[in-house]
Structure formats: structure tokens, C-alpha cells
Design a protein around this ligand. Structure first.
Ligand SMILES: Cc1ncc(C[n+]2csc(CCOP(=O)(O)OP(=O)(O)O)c2C)c(N)n1
Length: 315
């Protein structure tokens, strides 16, 4: 992996962490609803995965984290406006953080129904295959999502049709308060790939180079007409299911916090000489300033009028 790519993954991961931490504070203050599902612990893998794609490869995601959007350069002000019901959001201030859609950046959002995005990605895969656009459709989802019936239908059909799709399961060990060991009989989600006749690959979510390699290989396979791949990222969930979740059902939180992939990457970037400690601190200050500016711009944007409820309505 090139050093500049690694440094860029670190910068975007740090920005994502700062943005989400600020989001949680804004939620506590009542500025935005607490509907964020924090991606803390998963940002490095999310951003490394996006770095392995072409800029116009469509990305769909489940509900956890904003790393995909930050990686693609979606405006933080727009994401906040979507949550605060203000002008300038990607969904005109109506979608909330779970439904950020910026098609100009290839970000196609999520389905509020767990596992719903899987079938949408199959439809998109069929469309790009038919139109021969050369794109690869990438869908991120969780271990819980892989237990929905839509997972079976989607991977089977994508495999039969050799669709240009890449399925990335971020297995963080939890679905809300249910540990994966209580919901899933196989040891690895990737083992399920054999049932569909496609490759199943496991990668460490704290290793951005491994994530990039796996996604690049899967994307090349999809682009060359050989069909989908299922990638399982072994991830950790550092925070609660939602922004203000007290996680009182969880005994592993302190242990897991010792293995924060962002801290590992920070140490690596410094030990490789890509940045000094002081430069990392400066970067942190810059990220905080960037987020602060987005918050101020969001707060300066006008709130939606009640009449706006009647706009963007399909009849
Ligand atoms: C059909 C359906 N059932 C339940 C929910 C509520 N729900 C939202 S997220 C979630 C758990 C998801 O777990 P996982 O897929 O592992 O993703 P993670 O939250 O760990 O990132 C559930 C049960 C939903 N949105 N849709």
C-alpha cells in the first residue's frame, strides 16, 4: 500500500471519528435527533474499502457509521442539515443521518429495513450489467443483516447472474444487544459464500491494507464478469447501537476499547514516519475546525417551513 494512501485513510478516519463524536454531543444537546448508529471502530475499514473502488462505483450501506460518506467527500454540513431539518441537506433536510444519499458521489443510502439494501444492490447490479457501465455495486451490511432472508435471495441471484456486486459484511459481533454467537450458527459469515458458489474472504478490520487488497480483488473479479464476492470484515463496535445507548447489556466494551483500529493506525502512521506526533495533533485540530465550520453552516441554514412537508412527495 502506498504511504500517501495510508495517510489519507488515517486523515479521513480521524475526521469521521471527530464528526461522529460531535454528532453525539449535538444529539445530547437536542440539536439533532440521536439517530446516529456510531461507526467508531469501523471507520478505518470502511474508508479503506472505499479507497479500493473507483469513484463512480455505487455504494449502498446499512445504518452504521458515516465513513463511507466522508470517504467519498459528502458534505458534513449537508448531512447535519438532513438531521436538523434545515435547508441544504442531501435529502432536503428530511432524510436524517440514516438516509444520506448523494448520487453525485455514488452514495445511494440505506434501506430502513434491515437487509433491504441487499435486494436493492442486486437490482442495481442487474442495471449496471445490462447498461455495461463497467461499475461495481458495493453493499456494506452487518452480521445481523446477514441473517435476513434477503441475504440468501440476493447472494444467490447475484451469483447465478454473475452480477458485478461486492458484498461486504462488517461483523462487529453485535446486532443491537444480541451477540453474533446467539444469532448465527456458522463461525464466519464468509463461510456462507460456499453455499452460493462464490468466494468468501475474511479480513481484519484493523488492517487497512488487507481490506483494500480484498476489496480490490473482489471489485476486479466483479468488473471482469466473474460475479460477486462476499467479504467479511472482522470488526469491533466501540460504541452503543445508537448514539445514546448505555450498553448495559455488554461486558466486553472495556476490553474491545483497547483494540481501537484508529489508535492502531495512528501509531502506525507515526512509527512509519508518515507523520510526527505534533502533525497528528495539528490534523486533529484541523478536523475539529472542519466539523465546527459544518455545524455553524448547518445552524445558519434556514429551518424547513411546514409547507416543505408537501414537497418531494410522489403521487
Ligand atoms: C426488518 C428489521 N428488523 C429489525 C430492525 C431493527 N434493527 C435495526 S439495526 C438492527 C441490528 C443490526 O445488526 P447488524 O446487522 O449486525 O448491524 P450493526 O448494527 O451491528 O452494524 C436491528 C435489529 C430493522 N431496522 N429492520
Amino acid at each position: 500500500m502506498r504511504n500517501d494512501v495510508l495517510a489519507d485513510i488515517f486523515r479521513k478516519s480521524l475526521l469521521t471519528r471527530v464528526f461522529e463524536d460531535r454528532f453525539v454531543k449535538l444529539a445530547m444537546e437536542g440539536v439533532v435527533p440521536p439517530l446516529l448508529h456510531p461507526g467508531a471502530g469501523q471507520e478505518v475499514a470502511q474508508i479503506a474499502a472505499i479507497a479500493a473502488l473507483k469513484d463512480d462505483d455505487p455504494v449502498l450501506y446499512a445504518h452504521r457509521g458515516t465513513g463511507y460518506m466522508i470517504a467519498r467527500g459528502v458534505s458534513m454540513r449537508a448531512m447535519l442539515a438532513d438531521c436538523a431539518g434545515r435547508a441544504g441537506g442531501t435529502n432536503n433536510g428530511k432524510g436524517g443521518i440514516m438516509h444520506v444519499v448523494d448520487t453525485s458521489k455514488g452514495i445511494f443510502g440505506e434501506s430502513g429495513t434491515l437487509g433491504g439494501g441487499l435486494v436493492i444492490s442486486v437490482g442495481m447490479g442487474m442495471a449496471v450489467k445490462k447498461k455495461k457501465t463497467g461499475q461495481v455495486v458495493v453493499h456494506f451490511f452487518g452480521d445481523g443483516g446477514s441473517n435476513r432472508g434477503t441475504f440468501h435471495e440476493s447472494l444467490n441471484w447475484a451469483a447465478v447472474q454473475k452480477l458485478p456486486c461486492v458484498y461486504i459484511c462488517e461483523n462487529n459481533g453485535w446486532a443491537v444487544s444480541v451477540p453474533v454467537s446467539e444469532s448465527t450458527a456458522v463461525e464466519n459469515i464468509a463461510d456462507r459464500a460456499h453455499g452460493y458458489g462464490i468466494p468468501g474472504v475474511i479480513v481484519d478490520g484493523a488492517d487497512p491494507a488487507a481490506v483494500m487488497d480484498a476489496v480490490r480483488t473482489a471489485a476486479e473479479r466483479a468488473r471482469s464478469g466473474q460475479g460477486p464476492t462476499l467479504i467479511e470484515i472482522k470488526a469491533i463496535r466501540l460504541r452503543g447501537h445508537y448514539a445514546t445507548d448505555p450498553q448495559d447489556y455488554r461486558a466486553d466494551a472495556a476490553e474491545v476499547a483497547k483494540n481501537d483500529p484508529l489508535e492502531t493506525l495512528r501509531a502506525r502512521v507515526i512509527s512509519m514516519g508518515l507523520m510526527t506526533e505534533a502533525e497528528v495533533e495539528t490534523l486533529l485540530t484541523e478536523c475539529e475546525a472542519e466539523v465546527q465550520q459544518a455545524v455553524e453552516e448547518m445552524q445558519a441554514s434556514p429551518p424547513l417551513s411546514p409547507e416543505a412537508a408537501f414537497e418531494d412527495v410522489m403521487v
